[in-house]
Ligand binder design. Structure first.
Ligand code: XMP
Length: 429
């Protein structure tokens, strides 16, 4: 193992993710583990140089104070008690905190500042090989950042022992299914099963206008298609998942209450018994992107904007029809192209188009038209809980309008959504 590690034991402090990031910012890898880890489990973790018990108000759960097992206090590495009942309070001032952390990590534990992507990847490759042995692993590869980075990491570690399944549900952005095939099958020589499930999804969705019902159908059908593919394969023991650290935080740890349940955690069919491989589960999003870049994935894959699981399905408002879905896909491609050309890619957090299910009157070549509008949306946010609207240059909006109304079939108007969140949500459904 190439990198040293400081382990934070989770006694419920909501500060732990920040603490891990502060230690990583010092150049030392840090992981958070549950408070009830046994001394043997702790000893089995690679290169642990020190342990931090970070307490805080959540240490008392339902009136009972939680603590780590007694042997942890006698671990053969330094143990720091931070904000741990009766101890000196943990410095709130950022500079003092950094000094205290630095003193513990380097001075007391003697850790080396050897956390970088190259070492992380080398260590994960070794850990994956140890876990998997000569067995086979299955991965649902959507082409999103997280699943793509997991795929690249597993291909490096175990090559053809990995089978990727890419389900094209017809709600992906223009060029995405093709890029998945090109990058993973053609360039990385992965075992990739491409499932064309477009008709199946669109048939199921036909006539369904309620947003929640649409989401349920898309999510449920996805699991069924994936399951069917999994059952066709023989001798798979492991399921890889692109779980990243924020997914785990949002789903709640043993001591911190759930913010929301997450689709990546705990959504497995009961009778498909796989052991999980989750090599990114301790990484934050920016670190996942850095890992993908270090593995040689294209920037367009690694730095892509967030895209909802139900895809374009929630941007083709009301009951989805193929022609309107095509209008969403084509207008989205134009918007992305123009934003990229204007240098806005990577600067604006999320931007996309929406096509509502009503028409308006227009005129083209002196002939009356009755077509759909396209709504443009471009927002900035830190955590997606609130969002502000991007101040897009008017000339750029005009150019995009001109292109969409002339290039996208069935569209005669373009609107720009000026609504922040709140009162609007980012998506329209
Ligand atoms: P809203 O519309 O709630 O969106 O302001 C906040 C962020 O979440 C994304 N989003 C989803 N992501 N499944 C997802 O995986 C969903 O059903 C879903 N709905 C919204 C949205 O794109 C935005 O980034």
């Amino acid at each position: 193992m190439k990198q040293d590690m400081i382990v934070i034991l989770d006694l419920g402090s909501e500060e732990n993710p920040r603490l891990a990031r502060e230690i990583r910012a010092l150049g030392v890898y840090s992981e958070i583990h549950p408070h009830d880890i046994t001394a043997e489990e702790l000893a089995a973790l690679p290169n642990v140089k020190g342990v931090i018990l970070n307490g805080g108000p959540n240490r008392v759960v339902d009136g009972v104070e939680i603590d780590v097992s007694k042997e942890i206090y006698n671990a053969p590495v330094p143990v720091l008690l931070a904000d741990h009942g009766g101890d000196a309070p943990w410095p709130a001032d950022p500079e003092e905190r950094k000094a205290a952390l630095s003193n513990f990590v380097f001075g007391v534990c003697g850790a080396q500042a050897n956390w970088n992507m190259e070492n992380f990847i080398a260590d994960q490759v070794e850990l994956i090989r140890r876990q998997v042995g000569d067995k086979k692993v299955l991965l649902a590869l959507s082409g999103g950042v997280d699943s793509s980075v997991v795929a690249a990491l597993l291909i490096k570690a175990i090559g053809k022992q990995l089978t990727c399944v890419h389900v094209n549900h017809g709600l992906l952005r223009k060029g995405e299914p093709e890029q998945v095939v090109k990058v993973f099958r053609d360039e990385m020589d992965a075992n990739l099963i491409y499932v064309d499930a477009v008709d199946r999804f669109l048939d199921k969705l036909a006539g369904v206008a309620d947003p929640e019902e649409k989401r349920k159908i898309i999510g449920g059908e996805f699991i069924r298609v994936f399951e069917e593919e999994a059952r066709k394969l023989d001798g798979i023991d492991f399921l890889a998942q692109g779980t990243i650290y924020p997914d785990i935080i949002e789903s709640g740890t043993k001591t911190v209450k759930a913010v929301k349940s997450h689709h990546n955690v705990g959504g497995l069919p009961e009778d498909l018994k796989f052991e999980l491989v989750e090599p990114l589960k301790m990484l934050f999003k920016d670190e996942v992107r850095a890992c993908g870049a270090a593995l040689g994935l294209p920037d367009s894959m690694v730095y892509r904007q967030p895209f909802p699981g139900p895809g374009l399905g929630v941007r083709c408002l009301g009951a989805i029809t193929r022609d309107r879905l095509e209008a969403v896909r084509e207008s989205d491609a134009i918007l992305r192209e123009e934003f990229a050309q204007a240098g806005l890619q990577g600067k604006v957090w999320q931007y996309f188009t929406v096509v509502p299910d009503f028409k308006s009157v227009g005129v083209r070549d002196n002939v009356r038209t009755f077509d759909w509008p396209v709504i443009l949306r471009a927002v900035n946010t830190v955590d997606a809980m609130t969002a502000t609207v991007e101040d897009v240059p008017f000339a750029l909006l005009q150019k995009i309008t001109q292109r969409i109304t002339s290039e996208v079939k069935g569209v005669n108007r373009v609107l720009y959504d000026l609504t922040p969140k709140p009162s609007g949500t980012i998506e329209w459904e």
